[in-house]
Design a protein around this ligand. Structure first.
Ligand code: HEM
Ligand code: HEM
Length: 292
């Protein structure tokens, strides 16, 4: 981050105009390894999430504890019922409260025909019920995701990207209140301040990189047949296999929550400028709006 590509170049017509034309500075925001690993991660996480939902569909209920055979009801259940006329209704029960979710959860429709399925086909890989294939996708991308993540962590430490750009400074922490207010008012930094991540962004990235992703991996490994012989004991730290399965699922959705906010911020702070900086590295620094 933070290497100028070209100096600020005023427009050739600036002198002739009554108001100065805002100048823009292009600089290199993201190093090539960060860009590559970011997009590999996006593809792997997306496919892991979608194949995970297909795995969930083969038994669409989640429990706490070591076993699902204790007689204690599931805290989350997605299912389908058929009435006497043969009409299908989808339902979702969360902590004992039931909601009708036909068309989205429990029952989907395909060319007018209703069929029972937890999450709908457009959200899962593969799109129809196929547990073994979903597990093949999940475990294939687990390795890509894991190796990519390890390379990223080693890179950010070795290149000092972690210390320089991602770790909040004392000033950052003191400015947290102001940053929250700025976010709520959609006021985005310009000039020098726009070259750095803001404090909320830093905390969000660090939480995802060092808390959510390691946890989801740890729990996935704990549940995975074969790998659980290596790391099996871990499931007991979290209350048993069913609890781990529930937590793995919840963290997957927390990651979706992060991505929604992340992409929303990318859009409102300049979609193309931001995405270009993650593809080519080049970022156009937004300038202060000029006052008369
Ligand atoms: C799939 C899950 C995603 C995760 C976990 C994720 C995570 C991250 C992280 C950790 C960074 C900081 C990288 C660094 O500086 O080392 C970042 C930056 C960025 N991400 Fe994502 N991202 C995801 C999806 C996306 C998507 C779908 C887009 C496209 C709209 C996107 C666009 C960007 C951009 C433009 C930046 C640079 C932001 C800036 O320079 O201010 N990300 N992302
Ligand atoms: C190295 C990483 C991972 C491994 C080894 C792994 C492993 C597993 C395993 C073994 C299951 C089946 C659990 C069961 O029902 O018995 C599972 C389910 C699932 N995984 Fe992962 N996973 C990993 C990462 C992820 C990530 C990053 C996401 C989300 C982006 C994710 C989302 C899901 C979801 C939504 C389920 C379905 C929940 C369920 O029914 O158990 N997983 N995973």
């Amino acid at each position: 981050m933070d290497q100028p590509v070209s100096p600020a170049l005023p427009s050739a017509h600036a002198a002739a105009r009554p108001r100065a034309v805002p100048t823009h500075e292009l600089y290199r925001r993201h190093a090539l390894p960060v860009r590559i690993m970011h997009w590999v991660n996006v593809v792997a996480l997306t496919l892991m999430f979608m194949s995970g939902l297909q795995i969930f569909n083969s038994h669409p209920a989640l429990y706490w504890g070591a076993s699902s055979y204790t007689g204690r009801p599931a805290w989350l259940e997605i299912g389908a019922r058929q009435d006497s006329q043969g009409r299908m209704t989808g339902y979702t029960r969360i902590l004992g409260r039931e909601f009708t979710t036909t068309g989205v959860l429990g029952v989907s429709t395909d060319e007018g025909r209703a069929y029972a399925q937890g999450f709908p086909g457009w959200l899962t890989v593969p799109s129809h019920q196929w547990l073994s294939m979903a597990r093949a996708w999940h475990f294939f991308f687990a390795w890509i995701f894991l190796i990519n993540g390890l390379c990223y962590v080693l890179y950010v430490i070795a290149s000092r990207h972690l210390a320089r750009d991602l770790w909040p400074t004392r000033m950052d922490v003191r400015g947290i209140g102001a940053s929250i207010v700025d976010h709520l008012r959609f006021r985005h930094p310009t000039g020098e301040a726009a070259k750095r991540y803001n404090v909320l962004q830093k905390f969000a990235y660090l939480t995802v990189i060092f808390v959510l992703l390691p946890l989801v991996i740890l729990m996935g490994f704990g549940m995975s047949p074969r790998l659980d012989t290596l790391f099996g004991g871990w499931v007991d730290w979290f209350g048993g296999r069913q609890s781990v399965r529930s937590l793995h699922f919840i963290i997957a959705w927390l990651l979706v929550g992060f991505v929604l906010i992340h992409v929303f911020e990318v859009i409102v702070t300049g979609l193309w400028n931001n995405v270009r900086s993650m593809i080519t590295g080049r970022y156009r620094v937004p300038q202060e709006p000029l006052r008369e």
